[in-house]
Design a protein around this ligand. Structure first.
Ligand code: PAF
Length: 296
């Protein structure tokens, strides 16, 4: 709940929870010939989110950030209930960057009684996160399409950290002719290499130390690839040996995949993506690394 002081402070973005208000605000800017960028988030903002905000501010006349912990994309009720919710401090961080509008709806506003329509992107969502978290991508693409309708932005910004999510959203936008440009921005790491995630707050200091093996294993993959190794089995084995150093890290999957289909590769090509998911206690983390560069 935002205090009155938060709502009325001049530096604060306009915070709305109503679908209609958000839509009218965006349309009013566009009617004046202004461009609008949307950064969809579930809040608990960190430097990864803020890099998307910065990019939108650079590209667009106005920036809207949506903050909505979307129940439909959580396949575990416990994960949904402990997901961090920090609206006041999120809005303060967005104020520092002069974000124009925050759309922070309730669950009832997004999914009123009688809601039954969902968006399913097939193919690219079948493997990895899709297999580990049944229903997750259906929830993501459903809410993202709704957000695009409510905030009909010119551009929308997503992080490469959720590699498969970005592909699913790009696929949906192309398949459904959505009039929005999807901009996918680089993954952001903490100073120690851990990929930034709102879930990192759940890690104990020991778990956090152990979790660093994920980014170390991806760095190793990049190094091995740069020596000319193109056999995915050998690359994977080297990563698995390193990951075995941290027995508390329970690997869910490790894939060396084609960056557009996410099918596993028989020979590693330049631009291949290494995808990894693991559990540390009750926290689930994902990370990825694209191998090589685009001019090989
Ligand atoms: O990446 C996220 O934070 C979420 O999946 C998104 C895109 C905001 C949809 O709820």
């Amino acid at each position: 709940v935002l205090t009155n002081a938060t709502k009325t402070s001049r530096a604060m973005p306009h915070v709305v929870s109503s679908v209609n208000e958000a839509y009218q605000w965006v349309r009013a800017q566009q009617a004046r010939g202004k461009t609008v960028g949307l950064v969809p988030t579930m809040g608990a903002l960190h430097a990864g989110h803020l890099s998307l905000v910065d990019r939108s501010i650079r590209d667009c006349d106005f920036t809207v950030v949506s903050i909505f912990v979307n129940p439909k994309q959580f396949n575990q009720p416990a994960d949904y209930s402990v997901y961090p919710r920090t609206l006041e401090s999120d809005v303060r961080q967005l104020a520092e960057r002069s974000v124009d509008l925050v759309f922070a709806p309730s669950v009832e506003e997004m999914y009123p009684a009688g809601f039954t329509t969902h968006v399913d992107v097939e193919g690219v969502t079948d493997r990895w996160e899709g297999a580990s978290r049944p229903g997750h991508f259906r929830g993501v693409t459903t809410v993202v399409l709704k957000l695009f309708q409510i905030v009909p932005a010119d551009r929308a910004y997503f992080g490469r950290k959720d590699f498969q999510q970005a592909l699913a959203i790009e696929r949906m936008a192309a398949d459904l002719n959505l009039p929005v440009e999807i901009v996918v921005c680089p993954l952001v790491r903490d100073h120690d290499g851990l990929a930034l995630s709102s879930r990192n707050v759940h890690l104990s200091s020991d778990e956090r130390r152990s979790a660093l093996v994920l980014s170390r294993s991806l760095r190793l993959a990049r190094e091995i690839f740069s020596t000319g190794e193109r056999d995915p089995i050998r690359l994977r084995d080297a990563m698995l040996r390193l990951l075995a150093d941290e027995p508390t890290v329970q690997l869910e999957y490790l894939a060396i995949a084609d960056p557009t289909t996410l099918a596993e590769l028989k020979r590693i090509e330049n631009g291949a993506v290494v995808l990894i998911a693991a559990r540390l206690g009750s926290t689930r983390l994902i990370d990825n690394e694209v191998l090589g560069n685009n001019d090989e």
